[in-house]
Design a protein around this ligand. Sequence first.
Ligand code: SIN
Length: 486
Amino acid sequence: MKTSYDVLIIGTGIAGLNTALALPKSLSVLIVSKDYAWECNTFYAQGGVAVAKDDADIPLHVNDTLSAGAGHCDTEAVNVLCSEGPAAIKRLIDRGFKFDTDEAGNLLYTKEAAHSTNRILHAGGDATGRYIHLFLMEQLPFPILYNTHVTDLLLDEGTCYGARVFHNDTIFNLYARKVIIASGGVGSLYEYHTNARTISADMQGICLNHGIALCDMEMMQFHPTAFVLGNSVRKQLLSESLRGEGALVVDEEGKRFVFEYDPRGELAPRDVVSRAIFQYKQKTHKEVYLDLSAFSEDHFKQRFPSIYFNMTNIGYNVPHQRIPISPAFHYSMGGIKTDLHGRVLHVNDLFAVGECAHTGVHGANRLASNSLLEGLVFSTRVANEVIATQESTKTMKRFSESEAVLMCENDKVLKNELRHLMWNDAGIIREKQRLEKALQRVESMLALSIGKLLRLRLLVSREIITSALKRKTSLGAHYIKEEVTR
Ligand code: SIN
C-alpha cells in the first residue's frame, strides 16, 4: 500500500471532506476514517446550516454569534465566518446540493435559539448533516482508508511529516507533506452525549502529548434537548429547530418553567436552556419534556422525518406524546489552537479544522447551526493555504513504527468511570471542590498501567478540568458555582 502522500486528512466530517474537495486532483491525497465514513458528527447534525440571507444580514449574524459567544469570540474569526458563509453555501449549491425549498424553489430558512431571524438552511427536513455528508462523499475524488485509528503524529523539530496509524491489526506510518486534522470533538468523554461513537478526543490528546496548545477547553456545550433514556452510546438529539418552530419545554404539569430562568424562554441561548432544565430537574425532582403538540402529525412527519422515525421506533407516538428530555454534551468550543487559515500554531505543515480546531469563532458558547458553516468556510481556507504553500522540496524524514500498547484489559471500566466523572464533575454546573476531586482521580488513572488510547482521553479530560478550575467565574457554557466567602 502507498504510504506517502502530498496531503493526509484525518477525519471524514464536513471539514475533512470539504477540504479534500477544494484540493486539486493533481495532488495525492489520502483521507483516513476511524470507522465508517459516516460515523462523524456531521452525519448526525439535524438543525441545519446558519448563513446570512443577504448582505444586510451579515452584521446581524455577526452580532448573534458574538452575543451567544458571551463576549469571548475572536471577532475577526466571526467576521470571516459570517462574511464568507454565503459564498461557501453558494459553492455547495452550485455543485448541485439541494437545500429544502418551497414550491416556488425559494430556500426555506428556519429559526433556532439566539438567532435574531430565520437564517438556518436545512435539507431532508431534519437530515441536513446526513444529506451534506452523502453529497460530499459522492463528489470525493480521493481515497478513504477506513477503520484507521491515528495513534500519533509524526513530528520533528516543529514540523509535521505524517501520522502513525493502526489499521488491519498493524501499526504503520503514513507520510505526508501536509497533515490536516479534521477529527471532531470530544463527545465520548461524557456519559451523555449526542456525538458519533468515534468522537473520543484522540487527536486533541495526541496534540497535548506533543505540547501543542489547546485553547478554551473549559468551554463545552451541552444541548438542552436530548432523549437520553435507553442504552445507545449516542443519545438522540431533538433539534433546536423543533423549539424554533413551536416545541415547548415543560414539566410534568405542563408548566413552561424556562421563563423563570430567562425571559426568552425556550429560545434563550442553549447554555441557558440547558442549565435551566438541569437545575429545575435537580430542584423539583420532576421530569422535563419536549411538548410537540404545536405540530400536526403530517407536518411533523414531513418537516422532521428523522426524529419522527427515531422516536416512533423507540415507541413514542410523536408529535402527540411528549418526549422526556435532558441536556447532553454536544459540542466542544475549545480545541487545537489555529490561526484563521487553520495552521496549528508553532507547527509547520499541520492544520486543524472544524470542531477539533479553535479559531475563537464560537467563543464561550456556539450559536446554533454555526458549526456546519464553520466546517465549510474554514476548510476552504485550509485548502487554499495548503495549495499556496505546497512545495515539492520538503525533505521527508522517516520515523520508527513502534507504538505504545494501545489498549489494556481494564481500560473499558476506567473509560466508563471517566465518562461518569466528566458528566457529574466537569459538566453543566461545576464546583471547585468537585473539579479538584475529579482532577485527582484523573491523575491517579494516568498513573495506572493503561493503554495509550485511554491515556489520550485522560489527557484531554485533565485539560478540560484544569481549564475549568482556572476560569473562576462563569462565562457562557462554563458555569461554575462561586465559592461563598465569609
Ligand atoms: C440542532 O439541530 O439542535 C443542533 C444544531 C447545532 O448543534 O448547531
